[in-house]
Design a protein around this ligand. Structure first.
Ligand SMILES: [Zn+2]
Ligand SMILES: [Zn+2]
Length: 350
């Protein structure tokens, strides 16, 4: 089978390797479609501390079971499946405390990693908890959104939306757009998407935003960013969801929220980043700042249910399908911001 391997930052190689064989409890899946994701892009550009090179890449996928390991009874060869790439161990302290998204044992060595390939092996604990039959008729490009949607389900659940009027989503990349769609679905009266590219803001409207704010150059200045948001919501937003992952966006998000409001800091900043928060305002305006990360098996089931019921308008998220042989080109195009997500199709001829 063919598999993409990242040899060094910016350098991918397509190799022929022996077909995979499943160990006890494991599955081997023939990949129909694997989506690109921000994590893949970051790894491609600068490497990843938990994925020593050379490393396979790709973790948002759907496919057909090619082989099952000893003891697997839930699946048979030929079953079309959807999957999240990780599952909690169920035994560590965070898992015992119900924080399965923060399981100590989730890392590159325990995840199903390497979907930019004709086949991927799914570890036994993931096969047990986070693999499901693909809903009949669901397009593979939408089925492969299970993992990012589960992350966003987890993030939305962190917000108190009971009296929220205006919620601002800052950043109109794939994750920001999924937040827009889910917040709209949850009945938020006014979802405002703030971002930088006309095409992405158009996608935000198609995915349910009531209004969009084109931040342009204001995106890099927290105060200008907050002024642009407050021009639409003078008292500030009830909640702001930050999906950029840069300090200026974190500060802009905090400056855009109203008294008593909540900020969900969803975009991960590089290790070592610090952000100078206005401590006076945090205290006297009684702001709530929250982080969010990853997903639990319960979030995956909610996401699967949303996909099964076609509850969200997702068509705009995947910009095009690309054969595996053109993966490097696809990742370069994404680095230049030319697409939202691309669907890598290993079975399609180059
Ligand atoms: Zn992802
Ligand atoms: Zn655990």
């Amino acid at each position: 089978m063919r598999q993409a391997l990242l040899q060094a930052p910016g350098k991918l190689e397509l190799r022929d390797v022996p077909d995979l064989t499943p160990g006890p409890g494991e599955l081997v899946v023939r990949v129909d479609v694997a989506l690109t994701c921000g994590t893949d892009l970051k790894t491609y550009r600068r490497g990843h501390p938990k994925l020593p090179m050379p490393t396979p890449l790709g973790h948002e996928y759907t496919g057909v079971v090619a082989a099952v390991g000893e003891g697997v009874t839930r699946f048979r060869p030929g079953d079309a499946v959807v999957a999240a790439p990780s599952a909690p161990c169920g035994a560590c302290d965070p898992c015992a405390a119900g924080l399965e998204n923060l399981c100590d044992r989730i890392d590159g060595t325990t995840m199903a990693w390497g979907a930019f390939a004709e086949q991927i092996r799914i570890p036994a604990h993931v096969a047990r908890k986070n693999v499901f039959l693909r809903p009949p008729g669901l397009a593979p490009t939408e089925a492969a959104l299970l993992e990012p949607l589960a992350c966003v389900v987890n993030g939305v659940a962190r917000l108190d939306l009971t009296r929220a009027e205006t919620v601002v989503v800052l950043g109109a990349g794939p994750i920001g757009l999924l937040f827009v769609a889910l917040l709209r679905r949850q009945g938020v009266p006014r979802v405002l998407a703030a971002g930088r590219h006309a095409g992405r803001l158009e996608a935000a409207l198609a995915m349910g935003a009531h209004e969009v704010v084109d931040l342009g150059a204001d995106a890099s200045d927290p105060q200008a960013l907050a002024r642009a948001v407050r021009a639409r919501a003078p008292r500030g937003a009830c909640a702001v969801v930050e999906c950029v992952g840069r300090p200026e966006a974190w500060l802009g998000a905090i400056a855009s929220v109203r008294k008593g409001g909540e900020v969900l800091l969803y975009g991960g900043c590089a290790a070592g980043t610090t952000v100078p928060v206005d401590a006076h305002r945090l205290h006297y305006d009684a702001l709530t700042l929250k982080g969010a990360f990853h997903f639990t098996p319960a979030d995956v089931r909610v996401a699967l249910d949303l996909l099964t019921r076609r509850a969200l308008p997702l068509a705009r998220l995947v910009s095009a399908e690309v054969p595996l042989a053109r993966l490097q080109e696809a990742l370069d195009a994404l680095c230049r911001g030319e697409a939202l997500k691309l669907a890598i199709v290993p079975g399609s001829p180059a």
